[in-house]
Design a protein around this ligand. Structure first.
Ligand SMILES: [Ca+2]
Length: 156
């Protein structure tokens, strides 16, 4: 019994020294990628503690599965995809996604909205993301201007 406990303790000590705790790293250690504190790499996505997630590589329209509000870096639902579910209100720069969104898809029942060049005032131009709707391109004047998003079931 004593030997088993000793081996387990040794394994735990090794794990702690080999993998730093999440609180020690403010962002995920991937080149050019920012993420909220405590985010972890899960498959091909970076997942924040609140469940929102950013893909590492490009995604497609169908990758925005039921229940998610998805923002895409490229038009026609391409490029990296940042997705949220349930209630969320935050700045896209927390994800390194400021001024990147070109298209979006809402595959859930909650209305969302995004804000142009807005980093926390929630007073700049607002655009509604209707439930179960999609936009292949936000428009020339709006392209790469989204700075914040709120998923709260309230339109602009
Ligand atoms: Ca873009």
């Amino acid at each position: 019994m004593y030997r088993v406990l000793t081996a387990a303790a040794a394994a735990a000590a090794f794990a702690l020294t080999a993998v730093p705790p999440a609180s020690a790293a403010p962002s995920v250690a991937l080149p050019g990628v920012s993420a909220p504190v405590g985010s972890k790499l899960l498959g091909d996505e970076i997942v924040a503690p609140d469940g929102s997630r950013l893909s590492v590589g490009p995604k497609l329209y169908d990758d925005c599965t039921s229940g998610w509000v998805c923002l895409y870096a490229d038009a026609n639902w391409g490029g990296r995809m940042l997705r949220f579910s349930d209630y969320y209100k935050g700045n896209l720069k927390d994800w390194g996604f400021n001024d990147q969104m070109s298209s979006w898809r809402n595959n859930g029942g909650s209305v969302a909205k995004w804000f142009m060049h807005d980093h926390g005032t929630w007073g700049n131009p607002c655009y509604t993301i209707a439930a179960y709707a999609a936009s292949s391109f936000v428009g020339a004047a709006e392209n790469d201007t989204a700075s914040a998003i709120e998923v709260s079931n309230w339109a602009c």
